[in-house]
Design a protein around this ligand. Structure first.
Ligand code: ATP
Ligand code: MG
Length: 230
């Protein structure tokens, strides 16, 4: 908790959205480093129901993805899982999620929206992306591999709404919210790679928490089409 100018306590909450198909150590380590670096009180993992930008592939049932995230974060008191997006009907749009979160939490909390540089480079494809910057602070983490491309620079489409503050080492949106790029002890792990490994009968040990690996094995996930749907 930090105290604001009026002396009230402010809870700093990080939100890490994603498909989490499945959750892996790349997500967990990124969340932990961001939590520590930015003095966040907690990180909420927010699995998406039907991610609009991923409709070109089959996504595992949300119940399975949620359960794997629950298992993955169980040992960390600063990590939580929210089924806010999964329990809503239809597609998940971050703008709707942020509105609901902000209404529910009121002025006593500051929201930090966390995402990888690969996702950030596609920000112009998100619904109402301009409004998203007005609703929360942003932390863009470096994603190893080709996704690194979007790290450190603001996409053309949003540049006009920000100015750089050298003292804060942050971009300041015209709404007053900050956007920071955060370098990590990057782990080059992706869920797509994990799915491919399982499909071809190879080991995913040490890429995901053991409870998640066992869950995947028990439920036969990623072996065929039985657990996946459009
Ligand atoms: P997929 O390969 O299916 O896209 P993914 O590994 O990218 O899966 P997502 O659920 O798409 O996982 O990612 C959720 C969020 O976490 C995104 O903002 C993404 O950029 C970020 N992220 C995923 N993996 C890493 C990683 N290894 N390091 C840092 N950030 C990551
Ligand atoms: Mg991804």
């Amino acid at each position: 908790m930090v105290t604001d100018r009026s002396g009230s306590e402010v809870e700093r909450i990080g939100i890490l959205g994603g498909t989490f198909d499945p959750v892996h150590y790349g997500h967990l380590r990124a969340a932990e480093e961001v939590r520590e670096r930015f003095f966040l009180d907690k990180i909420i993992f927010m699995p998406a129901a039907l991610p609009p930008h991923k409709r070109d592939r089959k996504v595992t049932d949300k119940e399975h993805r949620l359960e794997m995230v629950r298992k993955a974060v169980a040992g960390n008191p600063a990590f939580e899982v929210s089924d806010l997006e999964c329990s809503r009907e239809g597609a998940s749009y971050s703008i709707e999620t942020l509105k609901i979160l902000k209404e529910g939490r009121g002025a006593g909390s500051e929201i930090y929206f966390i995402l990888g540089s690969d996702a950030f480079s596609l920000i112009h494809t998100w619904r109402s992306y301009e409004d998203l910057f007005s609703m929360a602070h942003w932390i863009v983490v470096e994603r190893p591999g080709p996704g690194k491309k979007g790290f450190g620079t603001l996409p053309e489409s949003v540049r006009g709404s920000f100015r750089y503050n050298h003292g804060l080492k942050a971009w300041i949106h015209r709404s007053g919210h900050t956007l920071r790029f955060c370098k990590l002890n990057a782990l080059n792990i992706s869920a797509s790679e994990i799915r491919k490994l399982v499909e071809s009968g190879r080991s995913i040990r040490y890429l995901v928490p053991e409870e998640v690996r066992l869950y995947i094995e028990t439920h036969g996930l990623y072996k065929g089409d039985s657990t996946r749907r459009e």
